[in-house]
Structure formats: structure tokens, C-alpha cells
Design a protein around this ligand. Structure first.
Ligand code: RIB
Ligand code: CA
Length: 320
């Protein structure tokens, strides 16, 4: 059993990461913390609660995390995820949003306690899966450095070459370069699933055919992917959308499906041209010590089997 805490910014692909984390039989999802990114943290939090609620997993706690980067506000990504952060083809939120709780519980103590208690009980590290900016992860490691020995981080983010929000910067890292620097310098066991890998995992016609629309839940997931497909086509010219975030969860489940290379990764924090770049020293040419396991490719057929199996597990619980 893999004990996971998911830190995310739902977002269409984050929503798929929530579904695989919540329904995979080998995962115990301890909780979710949210961060601004794809949309405001109020919206990403509402989206996380909404998707858990419609599949009968409202018991999984969701904590609202940071609404801005450590040193700056965050640009949201409505062009890809819509105004709600989880828009459907009709431009409305895919899932009914609930009223937020009267008082949001502080995310940092909840995350820290859940991780430390689980690590004590199991004698194993807890996986912190990050599929948004690393703001919350950086604060956790800064305020509670002792937690470094009790977690392993699997993050979706970064790029060895071409970026997406910038010529060489990927959205999650560029949104908070200082936070990424803190995480990459912390000494934590760190695995990075970059764009070079996620851009090979496309929700194409074959995937859509396998999901189908023969139930309200499958229709809803198809709508989610069609919206994501349309925005990726319009903005990036992709024929099919890359399903970035569930791969950071899949890395925890099946690391052998990934080819990886340990390398030094530095975060560009000052250049105007390349702010947020993950500078990956593939050949070890710098003097820096390797600090990250970088995924180079993934056997994505096995991923889709697992993802679709989790959708099948979620389907009977759907209350749309
Ligand atoms: O660059 C892709 C990443 O940015 C994904 O996590 C997506 O959800 C956005 O957060
Ligand atoms: Ca994300």
C-alpha cells in the first residue's frame, strides 16, 4: 500500500490525478492540499472538493493551501482550464461546486501531522505527490525540516528542453521558482516527471473510445478531456491533450514503468528570458551534486490501463 498526500491545483489533469489516487487499490490517499495555479486557490479547492464529492469520496479531507507564490502573485491559466479551473465544453464547471466550509482548517499542520503519524505507524516514507506549483511543499519543508526524512516527492513539472508557459519554463515551476529552489535544495528524495514524458501520454481517440460515453460518469470524463483537448489544440496546436498530472501518481505506483536518470537540476530564479527553467545537467558537467531523479520516458500503455481501471472503479459511485 502506498500512502500518498496529493498537493494539486485542479485543473483538468489534476482532477484525473485525484481519481487515480482516490480509487487505485494500492493507494491510501491521506489527504489533499490545494494551491493556486490553474485557477485561484478558492477555485482549485472547490474543484477538488467537487470531484471527490461526486464520486463518493467526500470523506477525503481537502485543505486550502497557498493562494500565491512565495514572492509574487500567481498568473492563473484560464486559457487552458477555463474560468472555473474545471470547465466543461459548455463553459460551465464540470462538477457542482459546494459551499466552502465556514472556516477552512489550516493546511500546514494537517499535512504535517498526517504525514508524520503515517510514517510513524508504517515505518515507511509517505509520498507527497505535487501536481501544481511547489509553494506548499516548500513551506512544509521550511517550517518542518524534520519531515524531509519521512517523505518522498513525486512531482509533475519542469522540462529538460522546451517549456510551455515560457520558451524553456514549465508552468508549475515557473509559477513559483523560489519554492521550487527550496524543494530542489532540501535534500528530499525527489522525482520529477517533466513535459518530455507527459507530452507522450495523450488522451487520443483510442483513449476516448475506451472511456466512451455510455454512462453519465463516462460522459463527464469525456467532456473533461474534450475541453482539455480543445484548449490544448487552440493554444499549443496539439492534436490530443497530454494528461500530465496522473503520471506523478503513477510514478509512485509503478516506477519501473519509467526510465529515469539521477541528475543535478537547478532552478533559474533571476533571468527574464528563462525564469522558472529547470536547468537539467544531463551529462553531469556542472560541479553540482545530483539532487533529482528525472523521468526520461514512460511505458504509457500500462498507465492508461491503470487510469481506465480507476475510472471503472469510480463509475458506480458517481452522483452527477
Ligand atoms: O505544465 C503542466 C502542469 O501545469 C499541469 O500540472 C497542469 O495541471 C498545470 O498545473
Ligand atoms: Ca496541475
Amino acid at each position: 500500500m502506498k500512502n500518498i498526500w496529493l498537493d494539486c491545483d485542479p485543473g483538468h489533469d489534476d482532477a484525473m490525478a485525484i481519481l487515480i489516487a482516490a480509487f487505485h487499490p494500492s493507494i491510501n490517499l491521506l489527504g489533499i492540499s490545494t494551491v493556486a495555479g490553474n485557477q485561484s486557490v478558492e477555485k482549485t479547492t472547490a474543484n477538488a472538493r467537487a470531484i471527490l464529492s461526486v464520486v463518493g469520496k467526500g470523506n477525503i479531507p481537502v485543505f486550502r493551501g497557498q493562494g500565491a507564490a512565495l514572492l509574487s502573485p500567481m498568473p492563473f491559466c484560464a486559457e487552458i482550464h477555463g474560468e472555473s479551473g474545471l470547465d466543461g465544453p459548455d463553459g460551465n464547471p464540470l462538477f457542482p461546486l459546494q459551499a466552502p466550509p465556514e472556516m477552512e482548517q489550516p493546511w500546514l499542520p494537517a499535512m504535517k501531522e498526517a504525514i508524520l503519524q503515517t510514517a510513524r505507524e508504517t515505518g515507511e516514507a509517505v509520498w507527497l505527490v505535487c501536481t501544481g506549483s511547489l509553494t506548499n511543499a516548500a513551506l512544509l519543508l521550511t517550517m518542518h525540516p524534520e519531515i524531509c526524512q519521512h517523505i518522498k516527492i513525486s512531482l509533475m513539472g519542469g522540462a529538460m528542453g522546451i517549456g510551455n508557459t515560457g520558451p524553456v519554463a514549465e508552468f508549475n515551476i515557473e509559477n513559483d521558482p523560489e519554492a521550487a529552489h527550496i524543494v530542489f535544495e532540501s535534500g528530499v528524495d525527489l522525482s520529477m516527471v517533466p513535459l518530455e514524458v507527459t507530452h507522450t501520454v495523450l488522451a487520443d481517440e483510442e483513449v476516448l473510445d475506451r472511456i466512451g460515453t455510455h454512462s453519465p460518469f463516462r460522459k463527464k470524463i469525456t467532456d473533461l478531456l474534450l475541453f482539455f483537448s480543445e484548449t490544448y489544440k487552440r493554444v499549443f496546436g496539439f492534436d490530443h491533450p497530454p494528461l500530465h498530472d496522473p503520471l506523478a501518481v503513477y510514478f509512485v505506483l509503478n516506477p519501473e514503468a519509467f526510465s529515469c536518470r539521477e541528475m543535478r537540476v537547478d532552478i533559474e530564479r533571476s533571468s527574464v528570458l528563462s525564469l522558472g527553467q529547470t536547468v537539467c545537467d544531463y551529462y553531469g558537467r556542472s560541479s553540482g551534486k545530483a539532487n533529482c531523479r528525472v523521468a526520461l520516458k514512460v511505458e504509457f500503455a500500462a498507465f492508461w490501463d491503470e487510469m481506465l481501471d480507476c475510472l471503472e472503479r469510480a463509475e458506480p459511485h458517481y452522483v452527477g
